[in-house]
Write a protein that binds this ligand. Structure first.
Ligand code: FES
Ligand code: FES
Length: 195
């Protein structure tokens, strides 16, 4: 391993951009989901992270696929690709959604925020991102972008959730590394309830 690539630097990279290795499974399902479709491509404009992005989108294309493979926003992960794991979570008009289960054509007039759009314009991490680092929440990091998005959505509507409220709000985000307590403590830290 490159000695410069410490664990903490790796975690910061994950938190910042959602950069983590894509599983072969995710690519397999995503590729299959797009195969065999014969509909004509259509140029639409999406509002992603505050920018209007023109993109050709097939009628049955999912938002997760568009983000990753058309717009190069690879921070959004595809794990199960069928609405079970939460790795693909993004905000649509401020609400956390599984982007693998949303058709891109259905968000044409909505504001989409992906993990790349969470930090401030000057690069300052969101409080949730900083808190997850402080709590050493990311282990492999694959679930982390989705965890961040769900936590951001929660704190936007409930700035000081109880631990139980946080647990319920984050229950749609699975973590195969089992770092649930770390993520929950991160939510509490981001809301100012942990020193
Ligand atoms: S990839 Fe969307 S819920 Fe698992
Ligand atoms: S940190 Fe590995 S899946 Fe959650």
């Amino acid at each position: 391993m490159n000695p410069q690539l410490t664990r903490r630097r790796f975690i910061k990279g994950v938190i910042f951009s959602g950069a983590a290795a894509t599983t072969g499974t995710g690519l397999y399902f995503a590729a299959n989901a797009q195969s065999g479709q014969s509909g004509a491509e259509r140029l639409i404009t999406l509002n992603i992270n505050g920018r209007n992005r023109p993109v050709d989108v097939l009628p049955s294309e999912t938002l997760a696929y568009t983000l990753r493979y058309k717009l190069d926003l690879t921070g959004t992960k595809i794990g199960c690709n069928r609405g079970e794991c939460g790795a693909c979570t993004v905000l649509i008009d401020g609400v956390a959604n599984y982007s693998c289960s949303v058709l891109t054509h259905n968000v044409k007039n909505k504001a989409v925020i992906s993990i790349e759009g969470v930090k401030a314009a000057d690069g300052t991490l969101h409080a949730v991102q900083a808190a997850f680092i402080a709590e050493n929440a990311p282990q492999c990091g694959f679930c982390t972008p989705g965890q961040v998005m769900s936590a951001v959505a929660l704190l936007n509507r409930n700035p000081r959730p109880t631990k139980q409220e946080a647990r319920e709000a984050m229950s749609g985000n699975l973590c195969r590394c089992g770092a649930y307590e770390h993520y929950l403590n991160g939510v509490l830290r981001a809301s100012g309830q942990l020193a």
